[in-house]
Design a binder for this molecule. Sequence first.
Ligand code: ZN
Length: 247
Amino acid sequence: MRCLVLSDIHANLAALEAVLKDAKRRRLSYDMVWCLGDVVGYGPDPNACIELLRTVPHVCLAGNHDWAVLGKLELAAFHENATVVALWTREQLTAENLNYLRARSARELQERYLLAHASPREPIWEYILDTSVAAENFEHLPDGYALVGHTHVPVIFAQDRASGDVRASVPPPGIPIALDSGFRYILNPGGVGQPRDGDPRAAYALLDTEKHTWTQYRAEYPVHLTQAKMRAAGFPDTLIDRLSYGR
Ligand code: ZN
């Protein structure tokens, strides 16, 4: 199976559209979209993003921002800017789209891959930012493979099954990385709607579960369109500006 792996769309419709268009332009064939959560929050198009996602065969998780909008998380745990938009999003979402989000789980197994929004052991909150946190999480993988989002930064953590050593690498866009059976992997495609690795382009990946390859991609999108909608909705400047820098 070939899966387009997306995460952290964050209600950024221009970015989601650009990713789907970019995959088409590159003639990437895929059977499913696996979306790792945070479909909403931060961005101006929550309904349209859910509705576009639902036009393709997909599996979608819930992330911390989705839970905040649903009232499943204490907003006190959120940054003030994120809270403002979570409350706005709650007002905007249609009953059908709220139900759609409510039906998502934060972690689920697809084939040999454990999908989790944040981390395998703590699927809503934990950030896997370094090899030591990754090493602890490798203990929680049933079959040695996990896909996570949440940090909005593309990365591959690989653990040598023999030695237990963990290393991190940033996959160069467009080059298939072979997933070696001698390793366990935690793979993060980066963020579609709010990249945080200093590259403002939308990030996504293609996973081929038969060839055992992972290919990272980046897609340019009209950042100013999303920013104009955020401005019109009265969102905080910090959230608007960060999209220009990918931080
Ligand atoms: Zn997120």
